[in-house]
Design a protein around this ligand. Sequence first.
Ligand SMILES: Cc1ncc(COP(=O)(O)O)c(C=O)c1O
Length: 356
Amino acid sequence: MIPINAPIFDEEELKMVKEVIQQSAMTDASYNGGNYVREFESGIRSFVGARDAIAVNSGTAALHVALMAIGVGPGDEVLLPSMTFIASANAVKATGARPVFVDVDEYYTIDSKKIEEKVTSRSKAIMPVHLYGHTADMSAIMKIANERSLYVIEDAAQSLGSVYGTRMTGTIGHIGCYSFYPGKVMTTGEGGALVTDDYVLADRARMLRNHGYDAHNSLSGFGLNYRLNQLSASIGISQLKKLPGFLQMRASNAYVLNMLLDEQIRPKVRDGSRYNWYLYTIMSERRNQISAALRAKGIDSRVYYDPPVHLTKAYLGQKGLSRTEEYSTSVLSLPVNPLVKSADLETMASTVNSII
Ligand SMILES: Cc1ncc(COP(=O)(O)O)c(C=O)c1O
């Protein structure tokens, strides 16, 4: 079966993991982390073009740390789309703040025109999610945030490598958060990272990921154990080297699908953006039929996400999200990961075109 996404390893990762084990360097609980963690952070920082990167042990941890670093807590509200993976909302909930859901635009990202109507005196931050690797409308979001004195935390868990204008997603808001879960464009097993240009926020994030220990090893605030272990960091160092090649293959697979698929059904690319093609998402009322036909031909496809977050048990009650509800019943993501071959793309296109 061609998977929707899957980790891709070779001898290099094995070599790195062996090195860490031989050095007994599994973890380092100092403020800056161990040598592999620091090298991985430096790789992330230079890949995305941010001043600082802080590695943590999941994308969820990255979001939680980011929200705590900007001081989000009980009584506050954070604006985010409901069309996202539930972890985005759970991270807000973990701080004691209330997630306020905003509908999406035709790119499946938070609708910047609908943000202001949900801003209240309790709003503290906007959390755009670059879903599927599609870029959110960052210029408009940053403008609203500046006018309303709100922070912007980018949930870039799915969009490592996506470019908006001249910047990588994750580097435009105050903090950007990535995930290195095995289904992502690169992996560390489990893992995540925050990036920021603000040294004060970076310092807070380092304390928050390590029980509240500061750079002088004094306990100077709240924190948890959100450290990335060094085995994972070493895998990340190796994966980062391959990331440009992985992204190139995704882009070329997406290009082929664009050539073969009916125009109506192709994902829309925001002007001035380049996606990382984490997923290639089409929309069809016959998605179940398409998915079953693809499965019969050995190709996996997935629905992300149905139900949307505001229709799940833990978040019931918010209204006015009609586009999110409509899209959640018809989106279907196709694989364009580096394991997908030309013949698979042709099978996907002919199957989809024959059903829509
Ligand atoms: C949009 C989004 N946000 C947050 C997360 C959480 O990341 P993780 O699974 O690494 O905790 C994920 C991924 O799984 C995601 O897709």
